[in-house]
Design a protein around this ligand. Structure first.
Ligand code: SF4
Length: 370
């Protein structure tokens, strides 16, 4: 087994990223085999339990209320609907459900209580439950853990330097503090980022320094390729080349040998061959997306067809860590503290975010005038 190092430097990571591709692939695939079953890939389903209307200004995100995009916002999804979606995801091969809410941070109150009930409900279906709800305090993380949460997702998105070029309403340190709060529980950490936002290769390496020097390293790291959405500040970004994605996956695999490296957003723009390269380079988890929300009959599953072609198996749940127990709300040890903490708002100006906001205002004014 190769050792897990927590002292990677940016220079070392850049050297790995820039290796001749065949050498990079060989090294990554070798490390992958030492730590994982190379034929097993986890399938996760993303469920947007609360969409749109978000107060943040993340330059890549169509859910930010300040930009004008095609996203229809909705209220928190009822628990029974979440359960029905989770059952369908399970039937189509998913072992994990990731519930996302477009919140800046978690606030104690009825909506968070509902989310805790969703966690208990899905855990009882014997599926891994992941949540991505924004920043969380230690007490909130403990309440999620007690409900039976398996993983908490909180992406670093990019290097600390480039983060400031994409988001002005939240601080990088708050992201790290949230990961730290999750680490005070037995919930696993899922944290990664996005490539193709205009960042340099140094920024990609910088993000991997930030992730790999966490101790322990995240159990799961999503590598997203930006999907440029009209109306967002990053709408004009060109898609990343598949080779950038392959290099990023391979480098992540080498510096974080035990982590599940997750191919996430942007996979629909990749060819089957491109995805196969990523699996060879060490990706062992995919996001099946929330198409179950919009597709009434999900039996035609392209991912399963690709798995069959490549001889891959969908990983069983709790392969990496035992299933947590769910404590009922009545027997809970952790009481809500009424928390709605004020996390940092740097509020520096990002020209393209300001432009997209201004454009959205003009479109809305024009729509109103019609
Ligand atoms: S916090 Fe999440 S939902 Fe809100 S704008 Fe950023 S990425 Fe989108």
């Amino acid at each position: 087994m190769s050792e897990v190092r927590h002292n990677w430097t940016k220079e070392e990571i850049l050297e790995i990223y820039n290796k001749p591709l065949m050498e990079l692939l060989y090294e990554a695939a070798t490390i992958h085999r030492l730590h994982h079953d190379p034929n097993a890939v986890q399938v996760s389903t993303l469920l947007s339990i609360k969409t749109g209307g978000c107060s943040e200004d993340c330059g890549y995100c169509p859910q930010a209320a300040r930009y004008h995009t095609d996203i229809d916002g909705n209220e928190l999804m009822p628990v029974q609907q979440v359960k029905a979606q989770a059952l369908r995801a399970k039937a189509s091969g998913s072992s994990r459900v990731c519930m996302g809410a477009s919140w800046r941070n978690v606030k104690d109150g009825p909506e968070f209580d509902e989310v805790l009930e969703m966690v208990r409900t899905i855990n009882k279906l014997d599926m891994e439950v992941c949540c991505t709800l924004g920043m969380v305090t230690e007490n909130q993380a403990k309440r999620l853990a007690e409900a039976g949460l398996y993983a908490y997702n909180h992406n670093l998105d990019s290097s600390e330097e480039y983060y400031k070029e994409v988001i002005s309403t939240r601080g990088y340190q708050d992201r790290l503090d949230t990961i730290d709060n999750v680490r005070k529980t037995n919930v696993t950490v899922c944290s990664g980022g996005i490539i193709g936002m205009g960042e340099s290769i140094e920024d990609r390496a910088g993000m991997l320094v930030a992730l790999s020097t966490l101790s322990p390293q995240p159990e799961s790291t999503p590598i997203n390729a930006l999907v440029a959405v009209e109306g967002t500040p990053l709408e004009d970004q060109q898609p990343v080349e598949i080779w950038d994605m392959v290099r990023m996956v391979a480098t992540t695999r080498i510096v974080m040998p035990e982590t599940q490296v997750r191919l996430s957003a942007g996979r629909t723009q990749m060819s089957q061959e491109g995805q196969a390269f990523c699996f060879f380079a060490g990706a062992n988890s995919i996001f099946a997306g929330d198409k179950l929300l919009t597709t009434p009959n999900p039996d035609v599953n392209e991912d399963m067809k690709l798995f069959a072609k490549l001889g891959l198996n969908a990983m069983k749940p709790f392969t990496k860590k035992v299933q947590p127990k769910s404590v009922s709300a009545e027997e809970s040890e952790y009481q809500p503290l009424g928390e709605n903490p004020k996390w940092t708002r740097p509020e520096h100006k990002i020209a393209r975010n300001e432009e997209a906001k201004q454009k959205a205002k003009e479109i809305r004014a024009a729509e109103k005038a019609e």
